[in-house]
Design a protein around this ligand. Structure first.
Ligand code: C2E
Ligand code: MG
Ligand code: MG
Ligand code: MG
Length: 288
């Protein structure tokens, strides 16, 4: 809380501001320690192919289990981690852990890792990604990097160069949260993305606002014409799923398929899904 002093015109910081600064510093201190104290964990949310009706892979989502703060949402600590650069060591841990976990999954199951724009500004990103792959022995084609449009704002194009180099090794690249932020259709032409992830606000908002549905349809059709898969994010109900399927999306992700699960639950989840599938195939009453 800053108050402008009437006499001098200068801003005077009141104790409220002091508290905010203190809270941020405390968060930063805890965040710096969290990696060494092994307070981070990954959970995995499945992505589902609407055509084959199969799970194709999982997105790794970061969780911070702080003994003092409880479970902190990435939305609450990633911005500070980005501002302070702590995202670089955290991001490396995420990459290495996700690749190691995925190396134990069936060979046709992929893992998607969120990479922040800040990580692209760090010289070592490409080396880190490649070493995470070789150390875990994971086939590069099973790793997907999820980036947002903010990565494309880098004027010198360094990020594009790094992405191109990584994609050349077989790594897939997805454009996350498409339709929000600095959306520009031009970004879709500046890089051969493998997947467009349609932001959940358009997917879940469809019932109230027909404009959202028009946007989902337009993105799905763009994706089809550009040869990119389109994932509807935030699919929570059967109604959402039917709608985005009718609108031409190729994949879905959301609570309807599954909430994010722990690494220990992945094998069981895949086994249950394939049992379900076999049951459907053997069921003469099941409409194909
Ligand atoms: P995101 O990459 O767009 O991930 C999807 C978010 O939507 C996840 O939130 C997921 O739990 C949530 N979600 C999935 N399905 C549904 C649904 O049906 N309904 C609702 N209401 N939500 C759903 P989460 O895990 O809280 O992550 C939030 C954001 O934090 C992510 O958005 C991503 O931008 C960022 N993030 C998460 N993990 C990492 C990471 O390892 N590195 C970086 N740089 N960012 C991360
Ligand atoms: Mg993502
Ligand atoms: Mg997203
Ligand atoms: Mg998001």
């Amino acid at each position: 809380r800053a108050r402008q002093d009437r006499a001098t015109g200068y801003c005077v910081f009141e104790s409220g501001m002091d508290e905010t600064v203190k809270a941020r510093r405390a968060l930063e201190t805890d965040l710096r320690r969290a990696l060494a104290l092994r307070e981070f964990a990954l959970v995995y949310q499945p992505q589902f192919d609407l055509q084959t009706r199969r799970v194709t892979g999982f997105e790794a989502l970061l969780r911070w289990n702080s003994p003092t703060r409880g479970t902190v949402s990435p939305l609450d600590f990633i911005p500070l981690a980005e501002e302070t650069g702590i995202i670089n060591p955290i991001g490396e841990w995420v990459l290495r852990t996700a690749c190691r976990d995925a190396a134990n999954w069936p060979a046709d199951i992929t893992v998607a890792v969120n990479i922040s724009a800040v990580q692209f500004a760090h010289r070592t990103l490409a080396t880190t990604v490649l070493s995470a792959l070789s150390d875990s022995d994971l086939d590069p084609r099973r790793l997907e990097l999820e980036i947002t449009e903010s990565v494309m704002l880098d004027a010198r194009g360094t990020a594009l160069g790094v992405l191109q180099r990584l994609r050349g090794t077989g790594i897939r690249v997805s454009l996350d949260d498409f339709g929000t932020g600095y959306s520009s259709l031009g970004y879709l032409r500046s890089f051969p993305f493998d997947k467009i992830k349609i932001d959940q606000s358009f997917v879940r908002g469809t019932a109230e606002d027909p404009g959202n549905r028009a946007i989902v349809r337009a993105i799905a059709s763009l994706g089809q014409n550009l040869g990119m898969a389109t994932v509807a994010e935030g699919v929570e109900t059967a109604e959402h799923l039917e709608r985005v399927a009718a609108d031409g999306c190729t994949h879905v992700q959301g609570y309807l398929i599954s909430r994010p699960i722990s690494p220990e639950q992945v094998d069981g989840f895949l086994a249950a899904k394939s049992a379900e599938e076999t049951e459907c195939r053997d069921d003469p009453f099941q409409v194909a």
